[in-house]
Design a protein around this ligand. Structure first.
Ligand SMILES: *[C@@H]1O[C@H](CO)[C@@H](O)[C@H](O)[C@H]1NC(C)=O
Ligand SMILES: *[C@@H]1O[C@H](CO)[C@@H](O)[C@H](O)[C@H]1NC(C)=O
Ligand SMILES: *[C@@H]1O[C@H](CO)[C@@H](O)[C@H](O)[C@H]1NC(C)=O
Ligand SMILES: *[C@@H]1O[C@H](CO)[C@@H](O)[C@H](O)[C@H]1NC(C)=O
Ligand SMILES: *[C@@H]1O[C@H](CO)[C@@H](O)[C@H](O)[C@H]1NC(C)=O
Ligand SMILES: *[C@@H]1O[C@H](CO)[C@@H](O)[C@H](O)[C@H]1NC(C)=O
Ligand SMILES: *[C@@H]1O[C@H](CO)[C@@H](O)[C@H](O)[C@H]1NC(C)=O
Length: 548
């Protein structure tokens, strides 16, 4: 069994010998020089033409020619939606919501029974990030896409993966190791796992063991993250379609993967100078809170924002676009993966590492507030000068209540909510990404550090977080609404095409407690409000920057 698998997989060393031999032969006999990448392609690519054509797909293919403008690379099925990764020809313009429909095929049928508008299309020019979100399909159905301009033709369905066991993201770290994010390993939290049980595998189609490359060394495995040595030919290849996956030794097969290793972005600061502080956050439909949160934190010294967007359906694009145009360094990253907050934070910390000295992990309803006259810079500097071994600052949070309000405050949360619980509840972290442990282990915002580094608890008289956790009912109740797919009872009825119905689950409709607006109110705390009105309000109009 073991031997057979060995034979099936071309190990890196054997591959290297082969490559070396062929390079030498080529040079000797033809006088041409090939880069190892060209060889990699020449040896393997011809065999891999159209690896995805399988029978399920054939069943759906229509007789008419397929529109050449668009292909489905692959599909991931989530509990509440379908994520379809696209493959555009390089010359094709990016599609928008107005160009495409999601189409749904019953088993063995070549005719879609239903078409619905996509919930969202990602227009990122990076081909790794081009995908469409469709409402979830009924059991047994296949989801595809069709062009509105050419309604009868649906694109063939690509290979389809379930979300619960999938390699979903990968990054090449600056030491050239591959960091692989995996769902379904079910490892214990906060622990290093035995890395000899795992293998990283590189290739195009993990169902064809012949054309795979196995990494020699797995450096660490913890939680959802596997770190492997990257084979040289993968580092040197220009072929961005190579994917990475993970094999658990002793288990059959290799995990499905949609992850093509992505390089970390170049630092966006000048050489040698980093932003003093950046923030990583994960949002979902919270665009309307972003302006105040970004502008406030910019004023206290935050310089860069990394927004991980978990499937928002609100105008987050517009809000981030307008903040960017006003000069705020803010970017959005897609993070459609569910229950992956720790992995998302690790991913963000890595992306921030080259441009940020410190990274805060706070939500958009959390505001850092300096209770003394010390500035962010003072607090951070104080920790680095003479306290070299500090890798994490822990900041206590105060939870604010609705403060007697019935409607969302016009001037923003910092001005509107002024009554909170007396004692702090948990804390959030500001970490130095340079000294994170290479395993990237983190649990509820606490990262493990490299050996020799630790944390300090920041004095509550100096810095705390105002957490606007219990806002007016209208805002708070959104946390209760369960997302319900666009399908209503009779989804086979073509009348439903275009339906935007959202039925909150029966019995889950939350009812406002009569005393909601006075709950969670133990002490009056107008500190941040007074500061905001004094420092940020326009002296003439009294308006705050986020109200414009
Ligand atoms: C689909 O077709 C295959 C053979 O082509 C058959 O075995 C299978 O039962 C069919 N499935 C359904 C749901 O009709
Ligand atoms: C990473 O790989 C690239 C391409 O092979 C190479 O140029 C670079 O020097 C490597 N960097 C490190 C830190 O090994
Ligand atoms: C952000 O703003 C800059 C100008 O300040 C512009 O060049 C850039 O294209 C903008 N980026 C996005 C994604 O809108
Ligand atoms: C994203 O939102 C979904 C709700 O649809 C939730 O289940 C999931 O845990 C969220 N993901 C993260 C990383 O928070
Ligand atoms: C902060 O500085 C202001 C003037 O700059 C002063 O009025 C105030 O008392 C100071 N607060 C504290 C806590 O030191
Ligand atoms: C710097 O930090 C130390 C330890 O937390 C504290 O004792 C000291 O007062 C701080 N100094 C300033 C200027 O914040
Ligand atoms: C990371 O943490 C592990 C223990 O969890 C430790 O053995 C290892 O040395 C740490 N790595 C670094 C680079 O300090």
């Amino acid at each position: 069994m073991k031997d057979r698998r060995k034979r099936e997989v071309i190990t890196w060393s054997r591959f290297f010998c082969c490559t070396l031999f062929m390079v030498i032969s080529c040079v000797l006999f033809t006088g041409f020089t090939f880069s190892s990448f060209q060889l990699f392609r020449e040896t393997f690519h011809p065999v891999l033409v159209s690896p995805w054509r399988n029978s399920a797909m054939e069943a759906i293919k229509e007789e008419s020619p397929i529109s050449p403008a668009l292909e489905i690379r692959e599909t991931v099925i989530f509990p509440d939606q379908v994520l379809i990764f696209l493959k555009y020809p390089s010359s094709s313009p990016l599609f928008t919501k107005d160009d495409l429909d999601c189409s749904y095929f019953p088993p063995n049928s070549s005719q879609p029974h239903l078409k619905l508008p996509p919930s969202w299309i990602n227009d990122d020019p990076n081909p790794i990030h081009q995908f469409v979100r469709c409402p979830i399909h009924p059991r047994g159905f296949a989801t595809s896409l069709s062009l509105k301009s050419n309604g009868r033709i649906s694109v063939p369905v690509g290979p389809t993966h379930r979300w619960d066991s999938l390699v979903y993201e990968a990054l090449i770290d600056r030491d050239n190791t591959t960091i692989v994010f995996v769902k379904g390993l079910n490892l214990r939290p906060e622990r290093l796992s035995e890395s000899s049980r795992y293998e990283c595998v590189y290739g195009w189609d993990f169902k064809r063991p012949k054309f795979l490359l196995t990494s020699e060394a797995v450096l660490s495995v913890a939680q959802e993250i596997v770190r492997c040595k990257t084979p040289l030919s993968v580092l040197n290849t220009q072929d961005k379609s190579v994917k990475v996956s993970v094999r658990v030794k002793g288990r059959r097969g290799i995990l499905n993967s949609v992850a093509r290793p992505d390089y970390l972005p170049e630092s966006d600061t000048h050489v040698g100078k980093k932003h003093e502080m950046c923030v990583c956050t994960m949002v979902r439909n919270q665009a309307r809170f972003l302006r105040e949160w970004v502008m406030y934190h910019a004023r206290i010294g935050v310089e860069r924002w990394f927004i991980y967007d978990n499937n928002s359906e609100d105008p987050i694009d517009d809000v981030i676009g307008s903040l960017n145009w006003s000069g705020y360094k803010i970017t959005r990253h897609f993070w459609p993966w569910i229950k992956t907050q720790e992995a998302g934070f690790a991913h963000c910390a890595l992306r921030a590492r080259d441009s940020c000295e410190w990274v805060g992990f706070i939500d958009v309803d959390e505001f850092l507030y300096f209770r003394s006259n010390l500035s962010l810079r003072d607090v951070l500097r104080n920790q680095t000068i003479g306290f070299d071994q500090v890798g994490e600052l822990r900041v206590g949070c105060y939870n604010f209540g609705p403060s007697g309000l019935k409607r969302p405050p016009e001037q923003g949360v910092t001005v509107g909510y002024t009554c909170r619980m007396a004692s702090p509840e948990r804390h959030k972290s500001i970490v130095r990404p340079e000294v994170l442990n290479s395993t990237l282990i983190n649990v509820v915002h606490h990262f493990h550090m490299s050996d020799g580094f630790g944390h300090v608890n920041v004095d509550r008289g100096v810095l705390t977080i105002n957490h606007y956790k219990y806002q007016v009912w209208e805002v708070f109740k959104e946390k209760f609404y369960r997302r319900v797919a666009t399908f209503v009872a009779d989804w086979q009825d073509p009348q439903n095409v275009g339906s935007k119905d959202r039925t909150p689950g029966l019995g889950t409709r939350p009812v406002e407690p009569p005393d909601w607006s006075s709950r969670f109110c133990e002490v009056t705390d107008t500190g941040i409000r007074d500061w905001v009105l004094r420092v940020l309000a326009n002296p003439n109009t009294k308006r705050l920057p986020w109200q414009d």
